[in-house]
Write a protein that binds this ligand. Structure first.
Ligand code: EZ4
Ligand code: CO
Length: 404
């Protein structure tokens, strides 16, 4: 029995908002979990403080599965991003504790490493095709094996996913209230094959190229984009359509062999059950954080493995280094790993969350510190108070509210 003595939530904003759960045991061992839900951060903080932490005190920190079931079934209100992020934070913290007590990195507890390192992809984005390719080339020079290409679109003033300036670390949730972008599917669809034609030509055949459509297409439009991009052999086309209607992917699948990835906003196995069982996607992008922790993501990966679907976890800067570490332990340990997204955090964020994971030549490794290998500098965290920030929204050219 390893009694949970106390737990608290730490909200900090070293460049962007992060919510961290710290669980402490009677033996003095503590674990960290990430509970950040971009744009709705304080909801999860309250869910944990007001409703979860009181249920945790006195429980056995070793009973990870039982506590997961207790929080999931015990809430009565199942699923949803707030609930599942809160459960994930507890789950991560308990795996962290178990690793520290065992003296082993978490990937060892998950069955050990299935590969030497975790292949990552990074983001190249620019206002023009030339800028995007230039940034991609600088990543390739750093050893990256895979790069996501996003570019500004001629005729549109600003585009989500494209940074305002050329910098390695960027965070799209940058305003007190949401930025409003104007979107045109027609302009995008005419333009995007040019980006990949130029990208393939400049970057060669070896590097993996990825693209994110940010849920802005219909299935028929996505089928067309997938077909148009086939000559450039993408690693994947991400979030082609919103996935509430899982059957919508059938139409895309019937028309293109461009690999499909989706799932960064999923919060449970039920969001992707049909997508996986009908083999409508190639990569599942659910995160440790928003999809219920390591415990639940392993369940999703196990289902996916039966259907040739591989994991390609979301890894944007709205996930703290705690989630990044948890994802790396998970990635290293599962048989059906594909690729891991990797965006650089700001230096302030890295300072608040000192971590053992490290990059070398296109791969990340979680390191061999016991537990997740991430700490939090609470004194430094206290210097960065919460700042309200939201992701941008899109309107069509006639003003109609659209998706991202
Ligand atoms: O829009 O993390 O693949 N990466 C992405 C990110 C997401 C943000 C949302 O919070 O799509 O830029
Ligand atoms: Co995405």
């Amino acid at each position: 029995m390893l009694k949970i003595k106390s737990a608290k939530v730490i909200v900090t904003s070293p460049g962007r908002n992060f919510v961290t759960l710290k669980i402490e045991t009677a033996d003095g061992v503590y674990g960290l979990g990430d509970a950040t839900l971009n744009g709705r951060e304080l909801s999860v903080a309250s869910y944990l403080t007001d409703h979860v932490i009181p249920c945790l005190i006195g429980r056995d920190a070793h009973q990870i599965e039982d506590i997961w079931q207790y929080l999931y079934k015990g809430a009565y209100w199942r699923r949803g991003p707030v609930t599942m992020s809160a459960i994930a934070a507890v789950d991560m913290a308990l795996w962290d504790i178990k690793g520290k007590v065992a003296g082993l990195p978490v990937y060892q507890l998950l069955g050990g490493a299935c590969r030497e390192g975790v292949m990552v992809y990074c983001h190249a984005n620019g206002k023009t095709i030339e800028d995007t390719i230039e940034q991609a080339q600088s990543y390739v020079a750093l050893g990256y094996k895979a790069v996501r290409l996003q570019s500004g679109i001629p005729g549109l003033k600003s585009t989500y996913g494209v940074a305002k300036g050329p910098k390695l670390a960027y965070e799209p949730a940058d305003a007190d209230l949401p930025t409003e972008n104007v979107w045109s599917t027609e302009k995008y669809m005419r333009f995007v094959p040019n980006l990949f034609e130029a990208g393939r030509k400049a970057l060669g055949d070896e590097v993996h190229l990825l693209h994110d459509a940010h849920h802005r297409l219909t299935p028929n439009e996505a089928a067309r984009v997938g077909k148009d991009l086939e000559p450039y052999r993408l690693f994947w086309l991400e979030d082609a359509v919103p996935a509430e209607n899982q059957a919508g992917f059938r139409l895309i699948r019937e028309h293109t062999t461009t690999p499909l990835a989706v799932g960064e906003i999923f919060n449970s196995i039920w969001d992707c059950k049909q997508l996986i069982e009908e083999q409508l996607i190639d990569y599942i992008r659910a995160t440790v954080l928003h999809a219920g922790g390591i415990t639940h993501l392993r369940r999703i990966a196990a289902l996916a493995d039966l259907y040739h679907v591989r994991a390609g976890c979301h890894g944007a800067t709205d996930l703290s280094p705690v989630t990044m570490a948890a994802a790396l332990h998970f990635d290293l340990s599962i048989p059906n790993f594909g690729i891991q997204e990797y965006m650089h955090h700001t230096k302030e964020t890295d300072d608040v969350f000192p971590h053992a994971y490290s990059y070398a030549d296109g791969y990340l490794h979680p390191g061999d510190k016991p537990g997740l290998g991430v700490d939090i500098d609470e004194a430094l965290a206290a210097k960065f108070p919460y700042k309200r920030a939201y992701l941008p929204v899109n309107r069509l050219e006639d003003g109609t509210m659209y998706s991202w």
